[in-house]
Design a protein around this ligand. Structure first.
Ligand SMILES: [Zn+2]
Length: 262
């Protein structure tokens, strides 16, 4: 009997030792962390606030460019969404058509609504010219679609030259930028997925960049390069990208003036 009892006691001791070891090893094991669900960073656009004196307001006609919403247009002219909806009897304010004409009274001079989205995608800025005398985001959208770009306008921004219903120096924002999609402006160097494409309307192998276009370009490039931490060396003309066989943005593009003002 004693032997059996002893045997039972030994068995219990080993059981206790085993349990203690098991517990202590659990305590020492790194705790399993509850992983948070995958969170996609929210696209929170930042908009440039600019205020214009009321005396400068006038009635204008705005031709809707690709990707423009009533919200964006209301910011461009510093008027309310309701004001645009009411004045143009819009039934569905979220549905604007490209090329649609909107009357806007009490409109402030158009200002750039450069929306910025948190992203690690953008490492370069590529400058282009349209190599045409005139144009706008709307026109290039049509021509790019005709060239087979099924998502239309290949650039992220267009800087107008006072033709095609747009003002000299007016910055137009492309739907590709608003949706943060890859561009279709520079295949070389795999730039379409890592470079912001800016197109100035004009042919700068033949003519000069207007002063207002240059001011807008500097404003835009400074804003983008600061926000996305893009170094000066990564701000290039299309033709300066290795493998790109083009004189874009033109042989007369004023590089020294441009780089000095950055
Ligand atoms: Zn180009």
């Amino acid at each position: 009997m004693d032997i059996i009892r002893q045997y039972k006691n030994v068995k219990y001791v080993w059981l206790i030792v085993f349990l203690l070891l098991a517990l202590s090893s659990c305590a020492r094991a790194p705790g399993r962390k509850t992983l948070p669900p995958t969170v996609r960073p929210q696209m929170q656009p930042q908009v440039t606030p600019e205020i214009f004196p009321p005396g400068m307001r006038s009635t204008i006609v705005h031709v809707v460019a690709p990707g423009e919403t009533v919200w964006r247009i209301s910011k461009m002219y510093d008027v309310s969404i309701e004001h645009i909806v009411k004045e143009n009897r819009l039934k569905n304010s979220s549905m604007l058509e490209k090329g649609q004409r909107l009357n806007i009274s009490q409109a402030a001079p158009v200002r750039p609504v450069v929306t910025l989205y948190p992203s690690k995608k953008w490492k370069y800025i590529i400058i282009h010219h349209s190599a045409t005398d005139s144009g706008s985001a709307l026109g290039f959208d049509k021509s790019h679609q005709a060239r087979g770009f099924n998502r239309g306008l290949g650039y992220d921004f267009v800087i107008a030259n006072g033709t095609a219903d747009k003002l000299d120096g007016q910055i137009e924002v492309s739907p590709r930028w608003i949706k943060q999609e890859d561009g279709a402006h520079c295949k070389a160097g795999n730039m379409n997925c890592r470079a912001i494409g800016i197109c100035l309307v004009g042919n700068f192998s033949q003519e000069r960049v207007s002063a207002k276009q240059m001011d807008s370009l500097i404003y835009l490039v400074n804003r983008l390069s600061k926000y996305y931490n893009i170094p000066k060396n990564n701000i290039l003309g299309h033709g300066q990208v290795k493998g790109a066989n083009t004189e874009c943005p033109g042989t007369k593009f004023p590089w020294a003036e441009f780089k000095n003002k950055l």
